[in-house]
Ligand binder design. Structure first.
Ligand SMILES: Cc1cc2nc3c(=O)[nH]c(=O)nc-3n(C[C@H](O)[C@H](O)[C@H](O)COP(=O)(O)O)c2cc1C
Length: 318
């Protein structure tokens, strides 16, 4: 190899490795992960860019049985501040995910896959996680105890420390894969919930899911969303998510995936300074389909501007 080519290669290696992070032994080439429910199983986005540039990919929330979700309309736009959704965990069920969606996803993306799991009882969580535990193509289980859009489940588990600990115990008993509990911001004491999960054996925490919100159509004099309330996400929740990530970082020793309102590489750096090891991008994928790619492209340049040598150096420094 001539001198010039070897310098280019060294530079490339350095560019990649200074963005690399680790979640419970799983290596991510960069900290950027599309958030569950905003990226499906990657197929539509694979038409826009090579998914293999992502750090990891969290697929759509999966349940024991197939679900059709909530009645329409289930999206309310909130301009540049974000959106409200009440999709209600529409998904084809874990068997179909394992037989069809996961193999198809693996042809498009060979990096770490995060399986997002929801349930309506401890049995549901145990069954779905046990199935996903057998899948070679899944690196991390992300257990959603924070969905605001379903009755008798989801968020009910994530707003009480004991219930959050019960789900954590149940899931840990059926899997060898790292378990990340996905928490709800709709609580007064996020640290108490995170500590309960840590004590129950969680390997990490992902936060936040959406905040309960509402919009009214003033012409129809009715809620925009058929379900009346929905989960608010996007730019407007960023400061709240950041505060909660920081609180959990101070209250536990667990690695954190920070999520909520992230739209830029600057937001990623801020979220990591607050305590996140990696980040998930949600609503931004829906308004700017190239959001994750643009953030990843910009990160090395931003690290240079901020004189950050290795992205790991900033995790939890504030
Ligand atoms: C349309 C939509 C569907 C979602 N579905 C799920 C889901 O299935 N499981 C889950 O844990 N979170 C789900 N979420 C929450 C996101 O993963 C994320 O936690 C939340 O939107 C906050 O991030 P953001 O502000 O970047 O959107 C969904 C969000 C949206 C907007």
């Amino acid at each position: 190899m001539n001198y010039f080519r070897s310098q280019v290669t060294i530079k490339k290696i350095r560019m990649t490795s200074r963005l690399e992070v680790e979640l419970s032994g799983v290596r991510l080439k960069n900290p950027v992960i599309p958030a569950s429910g905003t990226f499906g199983f990657g197929e539509e986005f694979a038409q826009l860019y090579d998914l293999n540039l992502l750090g990891a990919l969290a697929f759509k929330g999966t349940t024991r049985e197939a679900r059709y979700g909530n009645p329409l309309p289930r999206i309310a736009e909130c301009g540049r501040y974000g959106m409200i959704n009440a999709v209600g965990l529409q998904n084809p069920g874990v068997d179909h995910v394992l037989q069809k969606e996961l193999p198809r996803l693996r042809t498009l993306f060979q990096g770490p896959v995060i399986a997002n799991v929801s349930g309506f009882s401890l049995d549901d969580y145990a069954y779905t996680c046990e199935q996903l535990d057998k899948a070679d193509g899944v690196s991390i289980l992300e257990v959603n105890i924070s969905c605001p859009n379903v009755h008798n489940g989801g968020m009910a588990f994530g707003t009480d420390p004991k219930a959050a600990a019960d789900v954590t115990h149940t899931v840990k008993a059926v899997t060898h894969k790292p378990v990340y509990m996905k928490l709800s911001p709709n609580v007064t004491d996020i640290a108490a919930i995170a500590r309960a999960c840590e004590k129950a054996g969680a390997d990490g925490i992902c936060l936040v899911n959406t905040m309960l919100g509402m919009r009214i159509d003033i012409h129809r004099r009715k809620p925009v969303i058929a379900n009346r309330y929905g989960g608010y996400s996007g730019a407007g929740i960023f400061p709240i998510a950041l505060r909660m990530v920081n609180q959990v970082a101070k209250a536990t020793q667990l690695p954190i995936i920070g999520c909520g309102g992230i739209e830029s590489a600057e937001d990623v750096v801020e979220m990591m300074m607050a305590g996140a090891t990696a980040v998930e991008i949600g609503a931004a994928n829906l308004t700017q389909p190239l959001a994750c790619k643009n953030i990843i492209d910009r990160l090395p340049e931003l690290l240079n501007e901020l004189k950050i040598n290795d992205i790991n150096d900033i995790i939890g420094i504030v």
